[in-house]
Design a binder for this molecule. Structure first.
Ligand code: URA
Length: 212
């Protein structure tokens, strides 16, 4: 997967031509990226949290207040819930997965990222997928689904969650849509069905020989 060369942004070209994930991460963190207005309000560019060697990737929406302060993805309430749910199926988010977001800078008031903001940031997410080469990608919520699989028409999250599918742009990767953990904080009754989906995810990982 090669990226579109940007005639006017050498910093961007340098990040997107990183030879490995560690270099990519360092370059993006220190880039001072100002390609969209989200850069104006951020403290940190939040690249990820977890293990880039893991074959399971979670994709969320964008950093919140805690993530912006700490420079790590999913470290606030939603992230702690995510850690707890993963622990219930015997997985450690930091060891067994890499957690990333559609946008790397915090949207004000935690609103959903705008199309142009997500559009500017997507090449970074695509580069993360290219360098990490996950075998399973779990899309956390509607924003991740919308930007990673734009052609997949879904009428509701209820219809999308828990389904496993492939995507021609990412050969060899299985995709699954999950509720965003922030939604479970809002509606804890959904936790039961989320656990069923996580059990399915775990069995898929075992089937693929991915996890311990
Ligand atoms: N919600 C997200 O989508 N991402 C984070 O990093 C934190 C909360």
């Amino acid at each position: 997967m090669s990226h579109q060369f940007d005639l006017f942004d050498d910093g961007r070209n340098e990040i997107l031509s990183s030879p490995d994930y560690g270099v990519f991460r360092d370059r993006l963190v220190s880039s001072g990226c100002m390609r969209c207005p989200l850069s104006e309000g951020r403290t940190h560019i939040v690249v990820d949290r977890g293990n880039p060697e893991a074959r399971l990737m979670f994709i969320g929406e964008g950093p919140g207040e805690n993530e912006d302060r700490e420079g790590l993805a999913f470290v606030g309430r939603a992230g702690k819930l995510m850690d707890a749910l993963m622990a219930e199926i015997g997985l450690d988010t930091n060891r067994d997965s890499l957690i990333v977001n559609v946008v790397k800078c915090r949207p004000p008031q935690n609103r959903a990222p705008r199309e142009e903001e997500a559009g500017e940031c997507l090449p970074y997410l695509k580069k993360q997928i290219e360098l990490v080469r996950p075998r399973l990608i779990a899309l956390l919520g509607a924003t991740a689904l919308k930007y990673i699989v734009p052609r997949r028409e879904v009428s509701s999250m209820e219809q999308a969650v828990g389904k496993i599918f492939k995507c021609p742009e990412y050969p060899g990767v299985d995709f699954m849509v999950l509720y965003h953990p922030a939604y479970l904080l809002y509606d804890p009754r959904k936790k039961r069905v989320m656990m069923e989906h996580l059990e399915l995810l775990k069995s898929l990982l075992l089937e693929k020989g991915i996890t311990a």
